[in-house]
Ligand binder design. Sequence first.
Ligand SMILES: Nc1ncnc2c1ncn2[C@@H]1O[C@H](COP(=O)(O)OP(=O)(O)O)[C@@H](O)[C@H]1O
Ligand SMILES: [Mg+2]
Length: 281
Amino acid sequence: MSKRSARESGRATPADERRERIEQHLSRLGLDGLDVDAHLAWAREHHPSDVEVVERLLAQAVAIRRERSIEWRIRGSGLKVRKSMAAFDWPFQPKLDRRAVEDLFTLSFLDRREDVLVTGKSGTGKSHILQALALKTCEREIMVRYARCVDLVDDLSAGLADGSYERRMRRWCRPSLLVIDDVGLGQLKRRDEEATAAHLLFTLLDRRHMNVSTALTSNIKLSAWGKYLGDATLAAAVLDRLAATSIHIDIDGPSYRQFLARKRAEEHGQQPPAELESDEP
Ligand SMILES: Nc1ncnc2c1ncn2[C@@H]1O[C@H](COP(=O)(O)OP(=O)(O)O)[C@@H](O)[C@H]1O
Ligand SMILES: [Mg+2]
């Protein structure tokens, strides 16, 4: 529809005024993207029944609202990249249990309130899988949040410092799926008088447990969680909670990151990097 108001131009016919009102209705309904002209052109060409016309218009309106809701969810989820399993090279990781991974993407574990733990060395695709899973969850219009473990612990620690801990904790407890990526990566900052990361993580998982699902990735052995999280007993309790209800997927295979680095080096005629085991995602 014409952007310039027919009334402003001083030549408004009743038809112009009706169109202007339609534009206002669409705007108030948050349906600015709805192409009424294209819809009318389709109706003129195909001669559908009245009910068909209404049904098609409503279907387009719903599609626009749904797309917007998904985009809003993705933006609010904390995901910084949009990964999909369509881009996942399965043959590269032959020992990975493909059925178990694909089963995650039915999202039935969310109904069962199960947790997910993905372990494996750096670069094996752990984050890729859970980022794709978070995206899929957004597409189903289910509330999801994604954070790296260090950022989540930092956020809760900041809450302890400024009195907003309970509010922040509730925010992390709310989503139907919380992805905690990279347990074991990055330095967990902590002052002596503060609660350990193990304590914060235990409280969070304890509150979410059996209520909503949490999915974690880790590149360190489960036996090393105590040292990393700063409290062996609580870290063991975290793992106990997870063991009780979690789907464990271990990726025992090569690093795709190293594969990409080697390929890039070859393409540029350079020496491939020696055991490049960068732990940064
Ligand atoms: N099997 C795979 N097929 C395609 N891309 C992959 C595969 N595994 C990993 N990647 C890509 O390699 C990079 C490193 O993977 P990532 O998931 O971050 O590893 P991890 O979290 O296990 O350290 C990412 O860009 C990811 O998309
Ligand atoms: Mg990772």
